[in-house]
Design a protein around this ligand. Sequence first.
Ligand SMILES: *Cc1c(COP(=O)(O)O)cnc(C)c1O
Length: 249
Amino acid sequence: MNDDASVRSATGDRRAELAAGLASVEGRIARACEAAGRPRDAVTLVVVTKTYPASDVRLLWELGVRHVAENRDQDAAPKAAQCTDLPLTWHFVGQLQTNKARSVAGYADFVHSVDRLRLVRSLANAAAPRDRELGCLIQVGLDAESDDAGPRGGAAPDRVAELADAVAEARGLRLDGVMTVAPLAGPYAGKPGEAFARLREISTCLRTAHPAATMVSAGMSADLEEAISAGATHVRVGSAVLGVRPRLR
Ligand SMILES: *Cc1c(COP(=O)(O)O)cnc(C)c1O
């Protein structure tokens, strides 16, 4: 085999792996929607490509993926730059330092991890001069103590309204909904279904003041069924599509 052929064959193997992962996740989403009596198009699959290369993003695009997510700006910024020819929607889902807001606003269409006023201000400063709005989701830390951020990011539930109002008032930002990660500790540990039901209540409450904030981002590889059953509109799935991340092996 010459080098070109071996490169082509490695790419073909990876494409087949990704196609199989996607088909399996698509099947799970379709079955969960059916079980919940929800139409399949009520749920958007966001593929979390963190730790995987831009070449995988490109293959996923060819396989029909349109929404991708990253959780670290250092990895996401160069990856997005290598894929500017693809009209993908980029979601930022990781804990975000204010000094990275400018960079993230440069490529992200949505930030799911808005969890404090300082970050709202930084994102607004970064987004205001741009010609499109940055979609923002308030990340709820269901394991966060009042007035504090949770260990995996997220604002305590009693802070959501204030943050939502701040986003809604900020030029350059658009309030789109809420997000959570199923907690590993606290009363919801090991109970993703209950956590996602609580997020759904928070979303319902938020929509009385902000009816357009309809996105509910919940559910990952391990718990997407529970999230869809609880009304998630966006599931964020990484390892079930791309494989177990190298650093976790
Ligand atoms: C990594 C990550 C995911 C995807 O997790 P998997 O278990 O690989 O599906 C979803 N959401 C956030 C915030 C993440 O950091």
